[in-house]
Every structure is written in C-alpha cells, then in structure tokens.
Design a protein around this ligand. Structure first.
Ligand SMILES: *Cc1c(COP(=O)(O)O)cnc(C)c1O
Length: 226
C-alpha cells in the first residue's frame, strides 16, 4: 500500500489540534489512493494539473473539496470553475479576472489565494510585496464598483526555497506571515495562509500557517519530479 495511513493519522491529529487545515496533495497518484484517505475522513485534496483534476473529480465523491495548487493558465480556468473549492496560486490580476468571469458563468463565488514570491529561487511564481499591495488595492477598487463579485480572495499562499537550510525556510515563512498579518488588519476577508509542504510544514506551522499542502509524506514519493 502506497498510502501511509499511520503517518496520515499522526499529521491529521497534529494539525487539527493546531486548527490547521490539511490539504492532501494527490497529484500523479491514483484515485484509489485518494479514496483510502477519503475513507479516513479526509475531504481536502490538492492537484496541480487541470486535466488530471477534471478526470479525478469526475470519478470521486462530490463532497471532496478540490484545491488547485499548481500554476493555473487562464485558458484552463473554465474546466475547473464549476467545482474547484480553492485556487491557491493566483499570480496575476488577469488570472483573477478570468476566474471571476468563469465564476459568473457558473453562478458561483470561487475562493482564491494570492501567491507571494518568498523564495530566493527565480523559478517560483508569485507577487513580490509591492505587487501584492497594488493588486489588493486594485481588487478593492473593483469591489467598490461591485465588480469581481465572483471571486473571494481569502488569503495568501507561498513556497519557501527548496533548501536544507532551516534558517532560510524559517526566515521566508516569517516574512510571509508578517505580510499576511499586516494585510489582515485592514482586510478581514483574509483568513487563510497556505504555507508548508512535506519537508517544511512543521516550520510553517510555527510561523503561523493555517493550511498546509502535504503530498509525499502521505502518498509516498512521486514518480516524476514536479
Ligand atoms: C507538489 C506540491 C506540494 C506537495 O509537495 P510534497 O513535498 O510532496 O508534500 C505542495 N504544494 C505545491 C504547490 C505543490 O506543487
């Protein structure tokens, strides 16, 4: 069995005691593995690829809350708009507008997180602090004109550098937590801070994460490196 049920139980207890939401990242893993955790009570699952998410969602129970945690292309929003629970990686205003447009078509409000670039690596997507402030300002101006009614920007998401240096990871998560708290004082809609993966979720929790995205610890290593 690839799914590590004992580890799941431990992590689930650890997180629920701290009021942190566990998103079980099931990308590249079969629907049977997802069902094993579903039967344990897990309902939040994360996927990175639109086609894979669409295929799995069609085969699995309707009360699963699907989190899209990958890099979402604008032309693919329409495929997941009818059912996605939370889009973690919104990294442009244009993407947010497209999510809003598709949300309107589906007559629903789609939850979103803005991705913040905290890692030193160039490859990670997301806004820097200055861009984040201006995009939030822009969102607020649209709201005042009763626009963007079909998206609910409820927080931030970030990924730390891929490094063994714990101090670097701590520093990056601290920085994101500080940004989040500062924004939250002005905008009470912001309540979700998605940070932490298999290798760094404990640090993320110490630094104020409210949602962690854990894949390999639960489902085992993935075949390909994504
Ligand atoms: C794959 C992925 C995860 C899970 O990674 P693990 O190291 O397997 O826990 C979390 N967040 C994002 C954005 C991912 O792409």
């Amino acid at each position: 069995m690839a799914v590590n049920i004992e580890v799941y139980k431990e992590i689930e207890q650890e997180l629920s005691a701290a009021n942190v939401t566990l998103v079980a990242v099931s990308k590249t893993k079969p629907v049977e593995d997802i069902m094993e955790l579903y039967e344990m009570g897990q309902r939040d699952f994360g996927e990175n690829y639109v086609q894979e998410l669409v295929d799995k969602a069609a085969q699995l129970p309707k009360d699963i809350r699907w989190h899209f945690i990958g890099h979402l292309q604008r032309n693919k929003v329409k495929y997941i708009a009818s059912f996605v629970h939370l889009v973690h990686g919104v990294d442009s205003f244009k993407l947010l507008e497209e999510i809003n447009k598709q949300g309107q078509k589906e007559n629903r409000i789609i939850n979103c997180l803005l991705q913040v670039h905290i890692a030193k690596e160039e490859t990670k997507f997301g806004f820097n602090e200055e861009e984040l402030n201006s995009v939030l300002e822009n969102i607020n101006q649209h709201r005042q004109r009763n626009q963007l009614q079909h998206v609910n920007v409820q927080g931030l998401m970030g990924m730390a550098s891929f490094t063994d240096d714990v101090e670097v990871v701590r520093g990056e998560f601290s920085q994101l937590n500080a940004i989040f708290h500062q924004l939250k004082t002005n905008d009470h809609r912001l309540h979700t801070l998605s940070m932490g993966m298999s290798g760094d979720y404990k640090i993320a929790m110490q630094k104020g994460s409210s949602m962690v995205r854990i894949g390999s610890l639960l489902f085992g290593q993935r075949e390909k490196k994504h």
